[in-house]
Write a protein that binds this ligand. Structure first.
Ligand SMILES: NC(=O)c1ccc[n+]([C@@H]2O[C@H](COP(=O)([O-])OP(=O)(O)OC[C@H]3O[C@@H](n4cnc5c(N)ncnc54)[C@H](O)[C@@H]3O)[C@@H](O)[C@H]2O)c1
Length: 442
């Protein structure tokens, strides 16, 4: 974890004078250790860090919440559980026993270096359990972080699991604040008709789940801002954030819309740069030069602009598709409705290009399924759709699985090696690699 003494002091809202008093060291000494270059080996630095850290704990104990129940120990549920368990007693429940055991043994459930670090080095007030209605009792907040898959029949996110949980919780605990972190379609939280249910969207990136909880881009509070419990939750989240993230209060519908429009914007941006890349491939011109030239406009920005095989993963496809359904009633909506279509045709174009290069036959090797470098999540990866398009055309596909095949054999057996993001281990077979990764980054 790269939090410094200065980060911690700023997070607490302390001046250097106040911090020096808390640590009981002269201001001049405090200033010196705060700017120390070799701070990791400096015992005074560690002493000050520990004291300020404790001071944060005391401050958060002033919050009226003492206990939280988190339902779902996935990316969203586990990261918020770890975050809150620095300050509150947290129980996280999951239907998957392996996950429960992992959390109790402080073993990582997925790749996330900050969670691993916190599991190893922090005293967390965190326990995990299989579902048990008794656990709904006496909790100040209950946070729901279960999946909301796309429902093909309704064209919306499937929120039935959340409705069932809220009903079940209310038979046992009438008054706790329930916070929905799972992504929902616009209007879902209102439909529950319970003033103590609020919606607060999550914006984390897989692979950086705890980091993005510690340094959130914003804290969105969807609920009645005159409700004391809602305000208390906002206060809690602010005090957990190390970057004093901006907090916005709004209605639950507006908060649900913030989440869907954010993810749909990201999907649109991916589709946009992918179309730019398709254009460059078609005209045999250099996509990288064009992206660089376009991105130097500060209104556009040099980030999130690296072409890929298409957007994928658990969230962007389903959230975009759900919003597309809700946009159908808007007569002038053309752009958003076309994003998903553009993504599909990108994958078809890539598959077609590979088939052309192989002259219709050969072996395609998949080096890794996951789309991003820092994540080990393979859910709904775009490459899987490309694989099924290739298989429809009877192209042989093999996967690199280290426990089954050596990398050398994999390289020899593959005519083309497909990677969404380039890996240096493929350098010696560069001419076989098929990627649209122009910048060797996410
Ligand atoms: N993954 C992300 O990057 C991300 C980011 C923002 C928002 N979201 C949203 O948050 C929600 C959760 O996503 P996730 O990625 O954490 O999912 P996940 O699949 O990683 O985790 C969900 C967990 O909930 C458990 N679960 C399912 N039903 C349950 C039940 N009834 N009781 C207890 N546990 C149950 C599952 O076993 C699983 O461990 C989704 O709505 C998703 O769209 C995800």
């Amino acid at each position: 974890m790269d939090m410094t003494l200065k980060d911690l002091r700023i997070h607490k809202g302390l001046t250097q004078i106040e911090a020096s008093r808390i640590c009981n060291i002269p201001l001049r000494t405090y200033k010196r250790i705060e700017s120390s270059v070799t701070y990791l080996n400096n015992p005074k630095y560690q002493y000050a860090f520990e004291l300020l850290d404790k001071y944060v704990v005391n401050k958060n104990n002033e919050c009226s919440f003492n206990s939280a129940l988190v339902i779902g120990a996935g990316y969203v549920g586990l990261s918020i559980s770890v975050l809150l368990s620095q300050y509150l007693d947290v129980t996280v429940i999951d239907i998957n026993k392996d996950k429960v055991d992992c959390v109790n043994n402080r073993e990582p459930l997925f790749k996330d270096k900050d969670i691993e670090d916190y599991f190893k080095n922090k005293r967390l007030r965190l326990t995990a359990s299989l579902p048990n209605k008794e656990l709904y009792k006496d909790k100040d907040i209950i946070i729901i972080a279960i999946p909301t898959d796309f429902n093909k029949e309704t064209g919306l996110l499937d929120t039935s699991g959340i409705s069932n949980l809220v009903k079940e919780i209310r038979t046992i605990n009438k008054h706790s604040l329930i916070v929905i972190k799972s992504t929902c379609y616009v209007g879902f939280t209102d439909s529950l008709n319970d003033k103590n249910v609020m919606f607060s969207p999550e914006f984390l990136r897989e692979g950086h789940a705890l980091h993005d909880n510690l340094y959130p881009s914003r804290i969105i509070i969807g609920g009645d801002k005159n409700n004391k419990k809602v305000k208390e939750y906002a206060k809690l989240m602010q005090s957990c954030s190390l970057n004093r993230a901006k907090t916005l209060y709004m209605s639950t519908k507006e908060a649900e819309a913030v989440k869907l429009f954010s993810n749909t914007y990201l999907a649109m941006r991916v589709a946009y740069f992918n179309e730019l890349d398709s254009f460059a491939m078609n005209h045999d011109i250099d996509a990288k030069s064009i992206v660089e030239g376009v991105s130097l406009d500060p209104r556009i920005g040099d980030y999130y602009n690296n072409p890929s095989f298409g957007y994928g993963g658990y969230c962007l496809p389903k959230d975009t598709d759900s919003l597309i359904t809700q946009m159908k009633s808007i007569s002038n909506s053309e752009l958003i409705s076309s994003i998903s279509h553009s993504n599909q045709s990108r994958k078809e174009m890539i598959a077609g290009d590979i088939i052309n290069r192989l002259n219709g036959h050969g072996v395609v090797g998949i080096y890794s399924i996951q789309s991003k470098k820092d994540s080990d999540n393979k859910r709904y990866a775009a490459i899987l759709d490309i694989v099924s398009l290739l298989k429809d055309r009877n192209i042989n596909v093999i996967y690199y699985q280290p426990h089954e095949m050596s990398l050398d054999d994999f390289k020899k057996q593959s005519d083309i090696i497909l990677v969404n993001r380039y890996h240096p281990l493929l350098e010696d077979v560069k001419e076989k690699v098929y990627t649209r990764d122009l910048f060797l980054r996410d």
